[in-house]
Write a protein that binds this ligand. Structure first.
Ligand code: KG4
Ligand code: ZN
Length: 371
C-alpha cells in the first residue's frame, strides 16, 4: 500500500488515567507534516483517582473498558460515516492493564474496519503534540519566518518521564539524559500531596506558585526557603527529583526559624523555582553541547507557565534564532490526537503490526530508528 496525499488516522490512547480517541487528517509526509484535528475526545478519570491520591491501575483499566465504546460512539456521531486509513494505538510506556484495553480495542476495530495498525510510543506522541493546534495545523512561532528544523532537542516532562532527547529526524531518538529517580511531574504530584492539595498536583502547585510570585515582595516568605537544585553540579544531563521532594517534607516539618509561618503558596513557589531551574539548567547544557536548530518541551508538565517563561529566556540568551516550541495548551496532557500524529510518521516507515502481534510494553523506551 502506498500512502500519498491526505490520510486519516484514528488514534487510541489508554496508557494512564485518560481514555482518548481522535481522528486526525494528515498530509505533507515526513518533510512537511501538517495535521488537522477532526475530533479529539478525552475522558479524564482524574476525579475518580483523586480520592486515592494517585492512579489506581485496576480502576483505570475498568474505566478505559467502559469509556472506549462510549467515546467511539461519540466519534461516529461527530464524523458521519467514520472514515479512517490507519489505526494508531499507544503500546507503551504506561500501566500495562490500561495499555491492553486500548490494544484489544484497536484489534477489534482493525478487524471490523479492515485497516492497518501502527504501534505508537506514548512519549513520541507527546513529541508530535507540538505540531497540533486546535485550529488546524500550524506551528505557532513567536518570530515570523522561523521554521521547525532538525536537529531538535526535546525536553520530555510528564508524570512518568523526565528526559532530554536528541532528534535528527522524526522517529529518530537518542536519549541524552533522564531522571535517576522520580519524574518531575511525579515530584509536583507528591509535593502537592504533602501540602494537602488535590491530585493531579501539578496544576495546583503551579497556580499557588504564580500567586506567590505576584504578591508584594514584603509579603512573600519564599526567600526564607531555598530548596536544593537537584543534579545541577553533575556533569551529565541526568535529573533527580526525589531529594527535592524530601527537602520539601523536611521544610514542612521544621520550618525556617525566626520567620513567619510558611503558607502553601510560598512552599509551592520555592519548590517550583527549584524544579524548573534544574530542568532549564540541564536543557541549556544540552543546547550548548549539541547546537540544536529547535528546542521542544512536551508532556504534561510543559503546561507549566514558569517553565515556559524560564526556558524561553534561557534559550534566547544563548541564541535568539533557536525557537522554543510547546504544545498548544489543549494538547499538553494525554490525548489521542498526538498518538494519531505520531502514527502518521510510522505509516511512512511502514511500521504496520499484525493485530494479534500487538503487545503492551509498560517500560517501552524511545530508541533510535533503523532508517
Ligand atoms: O503527560 P501527562 O498528562 O501524563 C503522563 O504521561 O504522565 O503528565 C501528567 C503530569 C502530572 O504529574 C501533572 O501533575 C503534571 O503533568 N502537570 C503539571 C502541570 N499540568 C500538569 N505539572 C506542573 N505544572 C502544570 N501546570
Ligand atoms: Zn503523557
Amino acid at each position: 500500500m502506498i500512502y500519498i496525499g491526505t490520510m486519516r488516522i484514528l488514534g487510541i490512547e489508554t496508557s494512564c488515567d485518560e481514555t482518548a480517541l481522535a481522528v486526525v487528517e494528515a498530509d505533507g509526509g515526513l518533510e512537511r507534516p501538517r495535521f488537522r484535528i477532526e475530533s479529539s475526545l478525552v475522558a479524564s478519570q482524574a476525579e475518580l483517582h483523586a480520592e486515592f491520591g494517585g492512579v489506581v491501575p485496576n480502576i483505570a483499566k475498568r474505566e478505559h473498558a467502559k469509556n472506549l465504546p462510549i467515546l467511539f460512539k461519540q466519534l461516529q456521531t461527530i464524523n458521519d460515516k467514520l472514515q479512517t486509513d490507519i489505526i494508531a494505538v499507544t503500546v507503551g510506556p504506561g500501566l500495562e492493564p490500561c495499555l491492553w484495553e486500548g490494544i484489544t480495542f484497536a484489534q477489534s476495530l482493525a478487524r471490523d474496519l479492515k485497516k492497518p495498525i501502527v504501534a505508537v510510543n506514548h512519549m513520541e506522541g507527546h513529541i508530535a503534540s507540538v505540531l497540533l493546534s486546535q485550529n488546524g495545523s500550524e506551528i505557532k512561532l513567536k518570530k515570523e519566518n522561523i521554521k521547525f528544523q532538525f536537529p531538535a532537542l526535546v525536553l520530555l516532562v510528564s508524570g512518568g518521564h523526565t528526559e532530554l532527547v536528541w532528534m535528527k529526524r522524526w522517529l529518530d531518538y537518542e536519549i541524552l539524559g533522564e531522571t535517576q529517580d522520580d519524574a518531575v511531574g511525579e515530584a509536583f504530584d507528591k509535593v502537592a500531596r504533602l501540602l494537602g492539595l488535590p491530585y493531579p498536583g501539578g496544576p495546583e502547585i503551579s497556580r499557588l506558585a504564580e500567586k506567590a510570585r505576584t504578591r508584594p515582595p514584603k509579603m512573600s516568605k519564599a526567600e526564607l526557603l531555598t530548596f536544593p537544585r537537584p543534579m545541577i553540579k553533575s556533569r551529565d544531563l541526568s535529573f533527580s527529583f526525589s531529594g527535592l521532594k524530601t527537602a520539601v517534607l523536611y521544610a514542612l516539618k521544621n520550618p525556617p526559624a525566626g520567620g513567619p509561618e510558611l503558607d502553601k503558596a510560598d512552599v509551592a513557589r520555592a519548590f517550583e523555582d527549584a524544579a524548573v531551574e534544574a530542568l532549564v539548567f540541564k536543557t541549556i547544557k544540552a543546547v550548548k553541547a549539541k547546537n540544536p536548530e529547535t528546542v521542544l518541551v512536551a508532556g504534561g508538565v510543559s503546561a507549566n507557565r514558569h517553565l515556559r517563561r524560564e526556558m524561553e529566556t534561557a534559550v534566547v540568551d544563548i541564541s535568539a534564532s533557536i525557537p522554543v516550541l510547546y504544545p498548544d495548551p489543549a494538547f499538553t496532557g494525554d490525548n489521542a490526537a498526538m498518538i494519531a500524529a505520531a502514527g502518521y510518521f510510522h505509516t511512512f516507515k511502514k511500521d504496520f503490526v499484525k493485530p494479534e502481534e500487538l503487545r503492551a510494553k509498560g517500560r517501552l523506551r524511545l530508541t533510535a530508528s533503523a532508517s
